[in-house]
Design a protein around this ligand. Structure first.
Ligand SMILES: [Zn+2]
Length: 309
C-alpha cells in the first residue's frame, strides 16, 4: 500500500479564508495533501506534480460549513406532508416527526444518515452535529449512524435525544445509548466522531429522568444538546409543570455551559438570554425548521441592536 498522501490542487477560484483576519485571495491556489491544507499561495508557486487539479474558475472557495443542529433521520420525509392538518407544534410532532422516528430501524438510521451526509458533501458542509431519535431502535443507533459518518469522510458529533414520551424503559435506553457512545468516542479517540449528551426537550423529560441524565452527563464531563424553547408551548408546559422558564429549569440541573448546545431558542426572555450568555452556552438558530414547524421567529440581539463600531 502506498504511503504517499493524495494531492489535490484547487485552482482558479476566489479563496476566502474566513480566518482572523479574513483574507480574500485571487490568483491563488490551494494544495491539499492527505487530509491537510499543505499550501495556500500564488498559483504559480503551488507545486501540482501528481496532483488532481480542480478548476474553480468563477467559484468561491470557502472552508467547510458546520451544521450545528441536525436530525439525519429527518431527510427521509423531506417534502412529505403531515398526516393531518396541524394546529400546534405538538400536533406537528404527533402528525409527522414522532410518527417517523417511531418507525425507524437501525438500518433506517444508517441509510438516512448517508442521505444527509451525501447532501452535506454536495453543499460544502463538512461537520454536522446530529440529534438522533429512534425510540424503537435505541441501542446501537449511534453506532449505525457513525458507520455512515465514517463512510462519508465527514466529521460529526452524535447524541441520542432521550425523552420520557415513550415510557421509562425507552428513556433509560436513551441514557444508556448516550453513555455507551460517549465512552466509545473516548476510547477510540477518533477525530472524525465526537459525542454530546442528547436530551429531547424540557416538555418531554420529567424531573427524575432529567436528573439521572444530567448526573450521567456530568460524570462523563460532556456538554448537552437539547431543544430549548423551540415553541411557546415548551415554555407554557415548563411554567405549568415546574414553575419556571425552560432555561432556568436547565440551569437547576446543571445543563448549561460552554460545551452545551441549546437548539432553536425561539421563545427566550431577557433573563434567559442573560443566563445563556453568562454560562457561555451555545444557541443554534434554525430558521428553516422554525418555518416548517410554524413555531415562530427568534429575535437574536443583532437584529434589534446596532452592531458596535
Ligand atoms: Zn431539532
Amino acid at each position: 500500500m502506498s504511503t504517499t498522501p493524495s494531492r489535490l490542487v484547487i485552482d482558479g477560484g476566489v479563496i476566502a479564508t474566513l480566518g482572523e483576519p479574513n483574507r480574500v485571495l485571487e490568483g491563488h491556489a490551494l494544495l491539499v495533501e492527505g487530509d491537510r491544507i499543505a499550501a495556500l499561495a500564488p498559483r504559480t508557486e503551488v507545486n501540482r506534480d501528481g496532483a488532481e487539479v480542480i478548476d474553480a474558475t468563477g467559484k468561491l472557495v470557502l472552508p467547510g460549513f458546520i451544521n450545528a443542529h441536525m436530525h439525519f433521520y429527518s431527510t427521509l420525509v423531506r417534502g412529505l406532508g403531515k398526516a393531518r392538518p396541524s394546529a400546534s407544534f405538538n400536533e406537528v410532532l404527533q402528525h409527522l416527526w414522532w410518527r417517523l422516528d417511531r418507525q425507524l430501524t437501525l438500518e433506517d438510521c444508517h441509510i438516512s444518515a448517508l442521505v444527509a451526509l451525501i447532501a452535506a458533501i454536495r453543499h460544502g458542509t463538512t461537520t454536522l452535529i446530529d440529534h438522533h431519535a429512534s425510540p424503537h431502535a435505541v441501542r446501537g443507533s449511534l453506532d449505525a449512524i457513525a458507520r455512515a459518518v465514517r463512510e462519508s469522510g465527514l466529521r460529526a458529533s452524535l447524541c441520542y435525544e432521550l425523552s420520557d414520551r415513550d415510557g421509562g424503559t425507552v428513556a433509560r435506553e436513551g441514557i444508556e445509548e448516550n453513555v455507551a457512545w460517549i465512552r466509545a468516542c473516548r476510547a477510540d479517540r477518533d477525530e472524525q466522531l465526537k459525542a454530546l449528551f442528547g436530551l429531547h426537550a424540557s416538555f418531554t423529560i420529567g424531573d427524575a429522568t432529567l436528573e439521572e441524565a444530567a448526573r450521567a452527563g456530568h460524570d462523563l464531563g460532556v456538554g448537552f444538546h437539547v431543544h430549548t424553547a423551540e415553541a411557546a408551548s415548551d415554555q407554557e408546559a415548563c411554567q405549568h409543570e415546574h414553575g419556571s422558564r425552560v432555561v432556568e429549569r436547565f440551569a437547576r440541573f446543571g445543563i448549561l455551559g460552554d460545551r452545551t448546545i441549546c437548539a432553536h431558542g425561539v421563545h427566550l426572555s431577557e433573563r434567559e438570554l442573560e443566563m445563556l450568555a453568562e454560562t457561555r452556552t451555545a444557541v443554534v438558530h434554525n430558521p428553516q425548521s422554525n418555518m416548517n414547524n410554524a413555531v415562530g421567529v427568534a429575535d437574536p440581539p443583532w437584529c434589534t441592536t446596532p452592531s458596535p463600531t
